[in-house]
Design a protein around this ligand. Structure first.
Ligand code: ATP
Length: 267
């Protein structure tokens, strides 16, 4: 066991947002967190990395309540890539990635070769080594996202939590970032909206609905036609894809839509 929650609850604005979630991320595996908008994915991820405290229940790192783990020790273990992270506007790309080294450096210690090597390797892994000195605020949305992933990689975590890391990324970078995360071989929890990407990359999937964990298990057991219709209100057909993973096809009644549009045009 690495990161796990037991019956955690968190409410805001008089509403239960995370409602009794018990979840376990297996060591070295990639756990996908899926669910409709507002189902509580970001809130749950923030509880798991202790950016928020659960009102009840417990989050555990290797069986130890994370509320009792010193912040610095937690930062050495666990990295979080937020959905819309912002950074001080005058920082350069390498400055942002260097922030990932903070938990590993003793107070007042000078910048080491190992620190610089970790930053260079992280930038190269996200394909931005040539942007080392560019100002962060001049990057495109997708490049910023990749820099934040590089910052998390420079942190050399053993647990990595990512909130929709493919946001803003073109398809090539969506695939390369998820492949990279998969190849890291560390424990990952990643919130994803794209169900096909979740099926393609995740070892396990957890499905949230209205703050509750509705299902957790292999992509085959969680991503079923019935579950997707019930939770997302979308009709799909699921077949084995060319990769051997499941492929989800969204069934849109284009014939009916076209007939309606035609009738509307006739007045
Ligand atoms: N601090 C807060 N105060 C009030 N409501 C909140 C707060 N934080 C989150 N919520 C509400 O909790 C619900 C879950 O939000 P959350 O961001 O966790 O969902 P999500 O599954 O990540 O959504 P999305 O897919 O749209 O990113 C939403 O309805 C949101 O408005």
């Amino acid at each position: 066991m690495t990161l796990a929650s037991r019956d955690i609850r968190w409410s805001a604005g008089g509403r239960m947002i995370v409602d009794g979630v018990t979840l376990e991320a297996a060591p070295g595996r990639m756990l996908g967190l899926i669910g409709p908008n507002g189902s509580g994915k970001s809130s749950l991820l923030r509880l798991l990395c202790r950016l928020r405290n659960a009102a009840s229940g417990v989050v555990m790192l290797d069986g130890r309540d994370i509320a009792r783990v010193p912040r610095r020790d937690l930062a050495r273990r666990l990295a979080f890539v937020e959905q819309q992270a912002t950074t001080e506007i005058q920082l350069s790309v390498c400055d942002v990635v260097r922030l990932g080294r903070t938990p590993h450096r003793a107070a007042l210690a000078s910048w080491s070769e190992a620190d610089e090597a970790a930053v260079t390797a992280a930038l190269s892994r996200v394909g931005l080594e040539d942007r080392h000195d560019q100002l962060w605020h001049t990057l495109s949305g997708g490049e910023r996202q990749r820099v934040h992933i590089a910052r998390a990689l420079a942190q050399e975590p053993s647990e990595l939590i990512l909130d929709e890391p493919t946001n803003h990324l073109d398809i090539q970078h969506q695939l390369s970032i998820l492949s990279l995360i998969q190849r890291l071989g560390i424990t990952c929890i990643v919130a994803l909206h794209d169900l096909n990407l979740a099926a393609l990359f995740c070892d396990e999937i957890a499905l949230l609905h209205e703050g509750r964990l509705l299902a957790a298990g292999s992509p085959e057991t969680v991503l079923t036609e019935e579950m997707i219709r019930t939770v997302f209100g979308v009709t799909v057909a699921i077949r084995p894809g060319a990769t051997g993973r499941r492929h989800i096809e969204y069934l849109i009644d284009t014939g009916r839509d076209a007939a309606r549009a035609l009738e509307g045009a006739k007045g």
